[in-house]
Structures are given as structure tokens and as C-alpha cells.
Design a protein around this ligand. Structure first.
Ligand code: FES
Length: 281
């Protein structure tokens, strides 16, 4: 695990876009993956016939280590897999569950698409922003929350829906939202609507990387064991409504656009698509 504090302050590269100086690429100095994490990365890569197929799990490993996916982490993944940084970046920028900026321990995703919007989803999002402050779309000052306005979460019959680290809470009222935020601030993450309690973003990312929870002696579990769900046990079991809404089951997450990146499965050519003119550090 990366040393505490090592990655607390991202390095912000600035550039001239439209004549203004603005943040363009958040990054960190120094290695993101510890020696231990690199060992896990090698073992994850060894699961696949082609090493490059481990790209998404390794990006989640970076997120588990750093709490987000800085460009330095992408460079390290590229080096481990023997592909270009441009190829890694093409995939990392596609999936919204890979966070490309420092993020809170708990990502609140509020659906504001029609079914949810008609039943208060938009107002729920605005209320969350009021409670958490303008910084919450990036990360709150206490480091606890990142707020996202989300597209349809495919639980329209449970509208309005919000997710905490991709675990769903159904038919949430503004009052319930306030209570949820207060409880998380007090260190008590409420049980999800269909059971379980979401872990923090690093824990969930570790699961999505294909790693199980740490064993009792604090050592990482063996790669190759089935991954957990990213959920802790909740106080009550209410799974009788089905189990289709715990987001992390599909490791890739939602695409940022409709255009597939094409980097993961397309055969490598002499000059990979998208590599020209892009950083390949
Ligand atoms: S519109 Fe919100 S879950 Fe589908």
C-alpha cells in the first residue's frame, strides 16, 4: 500500500487553452504502486492469456492504492503491461468508475435521468450539493465525498435512486439523503436498500481489481480467489427483491461516451491508434 500522505497533494499541470491558464492534467510525483502492489499487479496480469487484458483491473489497483487514477499510475500500468501510455489513457478516460481526479472516500452518484428526475432526482442532487458544498463535485474539504450527477442507473422502478460507491439506495427522499450524509460523516455508512454496506472507494476498487479483502494478518489475499462484492455485511438481510443493483459486479463501470476506446481488445499495430501526438511517458 502506498505510504500514507505520499499522494495527498496532486501535482496540477497547467496549460494554455483558449488563452487561459487552467488545470489540464492532475498528476502526482513519484511511484503510485508500491513494491507489494507491483507484485499483485504481476499476479493479476498472469491470469490473462494476453497481459494487456489486465488493463482495467490494474487501473482499479492504482485507484485502490492512490484513491484515484493519476497519470503517473497510468504510466506505471503501461510499463507493467508493455503497452503505451496512450493506450492506457484511452481506456482510463472511458470508464466513469475510474476517477481521474482526487476523489472522496464515498462517491455519491445521483441519477437525474427522466424516471428519477420526475420523482425528485434532480432536486435530490441539488440538495446533496447544498449540503456538501460547491467543492463536492470534485472532493469535499473533509475528503469524504465526491458528488456525481449520474445517467440512468438501470433501477428506474426504484426512482429516485442514488448510489454510494456504486451500491444502490432506492426511493431516496431529501430527508433520507441528509440522514445518510450525516451518518457517513459519523463513520456509520447506512445499509443499502438491498443489503450490505459499501466499503470506501479504495476497498471497492480493490475488489474491482480482482482482489479479495485483506486477511486477518493484514496481508493481501492471494490473487486467484474469487473477488468479494465490495460490500460489508449489513445488519439485516433484504435481498429478496433481487441482487441486480450492486454496481461493482461489472468491473468496467459506465462508459464516459458512446465511443468504445478500442484499446483493450484491438490488435496491436506498429503504431497504436491514438498514440500519435499523445504522451507516451
Ligand atoms: S432514470 Fe434513474 S435509474 Fe433509470
Amino acid at each position: 500500500m502506498t505510504e500514507p500522505g505520499q499522494l495527498e497533494r496532486p501535482v496540477w499541470q497547467t496549460g494554455q487553452i483558449g488563452g487561459e491558464t487552467r488545470v489540464v492534467v492532475p498528476d502526482v510525483e513519484g511511484p503510485v504502486l508500491s513494491e507489494e502492489a507491483r507484485g499483485l499487479a504481476e499476479r493479476i496480469a498472469a491470469r490473462y492469456p494476453r497481459r494487456r487484458s489486465a488493463l482495467v483491473p490494474l487501473l482499479y489497483l492504482v485507484q485502490a492504492e492512490a484513491g484515484w487514477v493519476p497519470r503517473q499510475g497510468m504510466r506505471e500500468v503501461a510499463e507493467i503491461l508493455g503497452i503505451t501510455t496512450a493506450e492506457v489513457e484511452a481506456v482510463a478516460t472511458f470508464y466513469t468508475m475510474l476517477k481521474l481526479h482526487p476523489s472522496g472516500k464515498y462517491v455519491l452518484s445521483v441519477c437525474t435521468n427522466p424516471s428519477c428526475a420526475l420523482l425528485g432526482g434532480k432536486r435530490l442532487y441539488e440538495r446533496a450539493k447544498e449540503i456538501l458544498g460547491d467543492q463536492s463535485e470534485h472532493v469535499t474539504e473533509d475528503g469524504l465525498f465526491t458528488l456525481e450527477e449520474e445517467e440512468c442507473l438501470a433501477a428506474c422502478d426504484k426512482a429516485p435512486v442514488l448510489a454510494v460507491n456504486y451500491v444502490f439506495y432506492d426511493k431516496v427522499s431529501e430527508e433520507q439523503l441528509g440522514e445518510m450524509i450525516s451518518e457517513i460523516r459519523e463513520g456509520r455508512v447506512p445499509e443499502a436498500s438491498r443489503g450490505g454496506v459499501p466499503g470506501d472507494l479504495r476497498e471497492v476498487s480493490r475488489t474491482l481489481a480482482g482482489l479479495t479483502e485483506r486477511s486477518e494478518n493484514g496481508q493481501p489475499d492471494r490473487v486467484g480467489q474469487p473477488a468479494g462484492s465490495g460490500l460489508r455485511e449489513g445488519p439485516a438481510e433484504r435481498r429478496d427483491e433481487g441482487d441486480q443493483t450492486t454496481g461493482p459486479s461489472g468491473a468496467e463501470g459506465s462508459p464516459r461516451s458512446e465511443q468504445p476506446p478500442g484499446a483493450e481488445e484491438s490488435p496491436r499495430s506498429e503504431e497504436p491508434p491514438g498514440a500519435r501526438g499523445a504522451e507516451d511517458g
